[in-house]
Design a protein around this ligand. Structure first.
Ligand code: MSP
Length: 510
């Protein structure tokens, strides 16, 4: 069985994650479930990033020790990942003893190799970003990443010789066009960061102590990004002098899924770290766009944050999964509002999907007491419908191969629409009026049930509960894809899967 190792970024254990951070785990989950459906041996890793000055400060503000604080937040993040019904195989934490030990070994090895050296740093420091900047990097005297105030700092620090690996990395990126996706991000990394030349990276801190100690100099804490990025290997059995069978099985990762803001860390620092460790690079890093609230960045200060668990309480988990997976385009930011969520539920989930399933099962019960066989009374109109069912697998695969999740879902909805059209064209209620058309009527319902069964199978990565509920109602556990000629259906009573929402009323309630 071919293996597939997928990761998300590990979320900062600094506060409750909003729906934007949660989007990433749902996206990764859809890909992981899809790969399992295709027969891959999948390992899906996520978790929390728990060290650093900012987190230590938050703990202090909350009157807790840093460890108590991150224990609480990490638990909350895991709870939200579970509320979203995500099927990760391992939830990792950077405060795990084993992780900390291997990070120390990595730091030691790079020091012994001469890639890390001790020097003094002077520059502008941004506390929220935990980053040093030079005069020329500042934008209007402020942090170029977050736009906040910076302060002058001088620190003894260890440095990593980034420039040593720069040419090798440029060559790698240029000869592996699939490595950085989408394409626009690749050009940005090459032209804005790599080609102008890399500065050596400051990889330790002395100003605070919430982190992993440098093993040979305990005044220093390992830079949070070296600590965090290493999670992708420390948790699958890597150690500097012991590469276990588990590690050899899973590494290199097939896909690191990360937000566009941290693509630089994953396509420059991380590959260079791996090169220094003589390890192969991940096959692909995908920098997904962001989810905006009303076209604006979500932030506590703006008071425009939406949380996944609140949304799930209001609309149900699959409606929210559907919204974020379908509405965020492949390469540009998406937006979320209550109205948009409800419009999508009504137009897609209730009208197209829910109605189809409900109508078909109701007719199977009404006309045949639930028992439907293929009577092979075919008409011309059947062939294009059956073609839509049979081409579904390939159409979905084409989009998923490019990680165009929203478009993959559109392909399934294409077949659902074709099913509704098939009902309009064949008019089962009118066939039911004539006894001699009974076998034609049963064939029509059979075809519809096959269409619904196939759509339910392909919906399973995106809407797992809904998919299972549809298969339950049509009483099918056959996961063979494509139109099958000899199934025997004995459907259950229909239960509506998505209700139409009265938008003004629901808005008034909240
Ligand atoms: N801890 C680092 C990642 C270390 S990975 C070795 C981090 N954490 S984070 O909590 O700030 O972000 C977690 C992920 O959520 C990142 O991939 C980030 O890009 C993503 N998102 C943060 N806000 C987002 C949106 N509004 N929309 C979509 N994704 C967003 O960065």
């Amino acid at each position: 069985m071919e293996k597939y190792y997928i990761t998300t970024a590990i979320a900062y254990a600094s506060g409750k994650p909003h729906i934007g951070n949660t989007y990433e785990i749902v996206l990764a989950d859809a890909i992981a479930r899809y790969k399992r459906l295709k027969g891959f041996d999948v390992y899906f890793q996520t978790g929390t990033d728990e060290h650093g000055e900012k987190i230590a400060q938050k703990a202090l503000d909350a009157g807790l020790s840093p460890q108590e604080y991150v224990d609480n937040i990490s638990r909350e993040i895991k709870r939200i990942w579970d509320v979203m019904n995500t099927s990760y195989d391992k939830f990792v934490r950077t405060t795990d003893e084993h992780h900390k030990l291997v990070v120390q070994h990595i730091f030691q090895k790079l020091y012994e190799k001469g890639d890390i050296y001790l020097d003094k740093y002077e520059g502008w420091y941004c506390t929220p970003c935990e980053s040093f900047w030079t005069d020329t990097q500042l934008v209007d005297g402020k942090c170029p990443d977050c736009g906040r105030e910076v302060s002058k700092k001088s620190e003894e620090s260890y440095f990593f010789k980034m420039s040593k690996y720069q040419d090798k990395l440029i060559e790698y990126i240029e000869t592996h066009p699939e490595f950085i996706q989408p394409e626009s991000r690749k050009n940005e990394m090459l032209n804005n960061f790599l080609k102008p030349g890399l500065q050596d990276l400051c990889v330790s801190r002395t100003a605070f102590d919430w982190g992993i100690k440098v093993p040979f100099n305990d005044k220093h804490i390992v830079y949070v990004w070296i600590d965090a990025l290493s999670n992708y290997i420390t948790n699958i059995g890597y150690d500097v002098d012991n590469q276990t069978d588990e590690f050899k099985k899973w590494w290199p990762a097939d896909l690191h899924l990360v937000g566009k803001d941290i693509i630089r860390f994953h396509t420059i620092y991380w590959p260079i770290l791996l090169m220094a460790l003589d390890l192969p690079l991940p096959k692909q890093v995908f920098g997904h766009p962001w989810l905006l609230m009303n076209n604006d960045k979500m932030s506590k200060s703006k008071g425009n944050i939406m949380y996944a668990d609140d949304l799930v309480n209001l609309f149900g988990v699959d409606a929210i999964r559907y919204y974020v997976l379908h509405e965020i385009p492949f390469a540009s930011d998406g937006t979320i509002t209550y109205e948009l969520i409800m419009e999508r539920i009504n137009s897609d989930l209730a009208n197209i999907l829910g109605n189809l399933v409900n109508r078909t099962i109701s007719m199977a019960n009404k006309y045949f007491d639930g028992k439907v066989l293929n009577r092979f009374v075919s008409h011309e109109v059947d062939s294009s419908y059956i073609e839509s069912i049979n081409s579904l697998e390939e159409r979905v695969e084409k989009k998923m191969a490019k990680l165009e999740i929203g478009l993959a879902i559109d392909e399934i909805f294409e077949t659902l629409r074709a099913s509704n059209k098939y009902i309009d064209d064949t008019m089962p209620w009118s066939l039911a009026k004539e006894e001699e058309k009974k076998e034609r009527l049963e064939t029509v319902l059979y075809n519809l049930l096959e269409g619904i069964r196939n759509c339910a199978i392909f919906l399973s990565p995106y809407l797992p509960d809904t998919s299972a509920e549809i298969l339950r109602q049509i009483a099918s556990n056959n996961l063979d894809v494509g139109y099958l000629e000899n199934e025997e259906y004995y459907v259950l009573e229909p239960v509506p899967i998505f209700m139409r929402l009265d938008i003004p009323k629901k808005l008034a309630e909240n």
